[in-house]
Design a binder for this molecule. Sequence first.
Ligand code: PLP
Length: 393
Amino acid sequence: MEIKAAKRISALPVYAFKLVKDAVAELEAKGITPIDFGVGDPAIPTPALIREATKVALDERASSGYPSYIGELAFREAVAKWSQRRFGLNLDPKTEISSTIGSKEGIFNFHEAFVNPGDTVIIPSPGYPPYSRGTWFSEGKTWFYPLDEENGFLPDLEAIPADVAEAARIIWINYPNSPSGVSPSLDFYKRVYQWTQKHNIILASDEAYSEFYFGDEQPPTALQAGRDGVIVFNSLSKRSAMTGYRVGWVAGDERIVEVFRKMKTNTDSGTPTFIQDSAIAAFGDETHVDEMREQYRVKRDLMTAAFEKAGLKVNSPEGTLYIWQRVPTGMTSQEFASELMKPEIAVVTTPGNLIAEEVDGGRNPGEGYVRLALTPTIENVKIAAERISRMRF
Ligand SMILES: Cc1ncc(COP(=O)(O)O)c(C=O)c1O
């Protein structure tokens, strides 16, 4: 028989990281082990205290049973307590929080809950792909706003046309921002909040990197600007090196959380209960987060110094685990990524154009940049930095 993918699948572009993985395989075939800054999975061990808590939980939860769709109350209370400590928020765990199986699932499916066919969703470019994929699968329309350097990699809300704002149900923002590394101010969140209130649009704030900051100031959350029509997505994937555990949460306007929960009970079966126990243990410790942050700061400093030495302008990230590096004048993203892949450098990056969508007028705001995920070990980052600092542009 003939097997045919649905149009919504076959219409999707090739996943950018497949291209990066192919490039790595090519170097490996030549006997060279590249240093891979391409894919943003920090493959460091999950802290021992979290693994130990998981082992205990496995025995305590000897009978498996289906987990709660929205998270055990104890998990939601741990989220509320952490949010109180970290941001000074008073969230009601009964109504204002729900667990997710990591943010990716929550973000993608969020559109199922709020987008009718033809509705517009306003999305950053470059931006995390599930914002647009989730919109398309819900038969919504995407409208991409550029994250441009001259605008501090922030949305230019005034440039969003009135008819787009009129048709939009959701605007996505993501700070600390992947890939630019820009950290938000409370003032910024207040401005976006005012705009979403004026236009009656849900403010969906992806705060996956809230704990990745390098300065003295901790980034705020959008929920400090207001709760009406605001929903925040966060997870323990990055904060506690738990990408494989799949545990996150949404928090915000209880009316949004209620609809989200209804969607969830129909689409998934929740995060395993013993993993929710691991998450509670993770929330109880900040030491591992401080240590992780310091490691990324060291890697950031090594790489930004190397690019500067090579003669390039550097946007030193204020947060996240990425560097959004400008390419040398006269080169495209792809050309610079290829230059860094030469056997004597063997550094894998993601060309910026591959992770951005065209905005109005056909411009790709990712062109002119490569993205580096600071995920290799410090030893490998040192080697890469040394090789790059010998280049001249
Ligand atoms: C911007 C952004 N948001 C959300 C996520 C989702 O992370 P997870 O599904 O592991 O919670 C990622 C993961 O890389 C990300 O980069």
